[in-house]
Design a protein around this ligand. Structure first.
Ligand SMILES: Cc1cc2nc3c(=O)[nH]c(=O)nc-3n(C[C@H](O)[C@H](O)[C@H](O)COP(=O)(O)OP(=O)(O)OC[C@H]3O[C@@H](n4cnc5c(N)ncnc54)[C@H](O)[C@@H]3O)c2cc1C
Length: 414
């Protein structure tokens, strides 16, 4: 049976593929944890965080070993060479189960299509198959203490020495870098060029001498992010992706891919389902105002799902985004703000404080409110995305830029 609400317009081939996917998932995936629908992902200690990461990795490996990873990736790089519908059907079926590859999948979705589009043949053959099987896991080494929204202002230096780059600098907010054995890294290779034109994109082995990963402990006690210090790190020139000093191109592709998966899974109606359960739990299901907001949450979730599906289908084929990825990012963030508001409106004081130690429902409501910040900052802040939308999609005047055409080394920095 189709998992989506779409009318049954599948071909016989697609229906057979769906049945095959369902059979694989029933045999290998975890059933969705019905016992605790209010479970919140959060890791109070490093062991739990590592265990979760390894679980994601193991699931990705299971997918690869049974031919369910990289469905649309070319066969020569370990994929199955199928069309975009295969990803959609598999995502719909997977949404009925608890297993997912989490961060491992996310970093693969950022880097995989970028390597396929801009990597050398040697890089594709070397890196894509172990990426698909999660034998090698990848972290993003972009942000720096002085370069987040203004990413192109980054200062980590790389100079060529023989057939290697020698890298010195610091990165920050690097998700799961403490667990990954590879990283994709932006470095400044030409300080005399304007800031966007002197950047290169490198692939780094995280076990290289001179790479130091320091976890950043958050207020809730978990260490999702890291600082990564790079001191005299030697990276083969063969690990350059794209042109030297042309790293802004693959960087933009990674950021575009990142926006394309932010919309969540194709089959996902999970937040609106939970909001409906919450309304029932608090006896608010007949309140006309609550009902109106529940419908709004459901509608937005469907819109995000459809936007994400379209974006992902095209990105996986290496095509250009069908609409500005910033639009998706802003819409998803607004939706998260909305669901947090609806959850607190339904739960009342329980949305602010847990009523008991084992009050999972209140914790879920609070996480729903707090998680808006994860989405509104990660992958580019809402303010910056709105600037992008205004300039790129609406044709509004660009923000004044004092650093245009100025060599990066002459741009004032804090
Ligand atoms: C959950 C999460 C995961 C992340 N994972 C990674 C990762 O794996 N790898 C990585 O490299 N980075 C990662 N980041 C970092 C993220 O990319 C940066 O935090 C983000 O780009 C913002 O940069 P910043 O923190 O330096 O803030 P700043 O750029 O200093 O911004 C501070 C404030 O100023 C506003 N602002 C800045 N410029 C403008 C402007 N031109 N117009 C209007 N307002 C502006 C911003 O919107 C923000 O409110 C992650 C962040 C989060 C939250």
């Amino acid at each position: 049976m189709a998992a989506s609400d779409d009318p049954p317009t599948e071909t016989a081939e697609q229906a057979a593929f769906r049945a095959e996917a369902r059979a694989f998932l029933e045999a290998h995936a975890e059933p969705r944890a019905e016992a605790d629908p209010w479970d919140v992902i959060g890791f109070p200690d490093d062991d739990e965080a590592l265990a979760h990461f390894e679980k994601c990795r193991a699931w990705q490996r299971t997918l690869a070993d049974h031919g369910w990873a990289g469905l649309t990736w070319p066969v020569e790089y370990g994929g199955r060479g199928l069309e975009a519908w295969a990803n959609r059907i598999f995502a719909e079926e997977s949404a009925q189960f608890g297993s997912n590859a989490g961060f491992v999948w996310a970093s693969m979705a950022m880097l995989g299509p970028t390597l396929m589009a801009l990597g050398t043949e040697e890089q594709k053959v070397r890196y894509l198959p172990p990426m698909l099987r999660a034998d090698e896991t990848w972290c993003q080494l972009f942000s720096e203490p002085g370069a987040g929204s203004d990413l192109a202002g980054l200062a980590t230096r790389a100079v060529v020495d023989g057939d290697e780059f020698v890298v010195d600098g610091q990165k920050v907010w690097n998700s799961s870098a403490q667990f990954c054995n590879r990283g994709f890294l932006l470095v400044r290779t030409d300080p005399d060029a304007p800031k966007h034109q002197g950047i290169s994109f490198l692939l780094v082995d995280m076990s290289s001498p001179g790479v130091e990963v320091r976890p950043l402990v958050q207020a809730n006690g978990s260490a999702h992010f890291n600082e990564v210090f790079l001191t005299g790190v030697r990276i083969p020139v063969a690990n350059l992706v794209g042109e030297a000093n042309g790293g802004w191109n693959p960087a933009r592709m990674v950021l575009g891919n990142e926006a394309s998966f932010i919309g969540g899974s194709d089959g996902g109606r999970r937040t609106s389902d939970r909001l409906i359960d919450l309304a029932r739990l608090y006896g608010r299901q007949d309140d006309p105002v609550v009902r109106q907001e529940l419908v709004r949450a459901y509608s937005r979730e469907r819109i995000v799902g459809l936007m994400g599906r379209r974006m992902r289908d095209i990105a996986r084929r290496g095509g250009l985004p069908p609409f500005d990825p910033a639009l998706m990012k802003v819409f998803v963030t607004d939706s998260k703000v909305h669901t947090g508001q609806v959850a607190t409106a339904i739960a009342g004081p329980a949305g602010m404080a847990a009523m008991a130690d084992d009050d999972q429902v209140s914790r879920w409501v609070q996480a729903e409110v707090i998680n808006r910040f994860t989405i509104s900052i990660g992958g580019g802040t809402t303010e910056v995305q709105k600037n992008n939308l205004g300039e790129r999609s609406l044709g509004l005047p660009r923000e004044p830029r004092s650093d245009k055409d100025v060599p990066w080394k002459d741009v004032p920095r804090s």
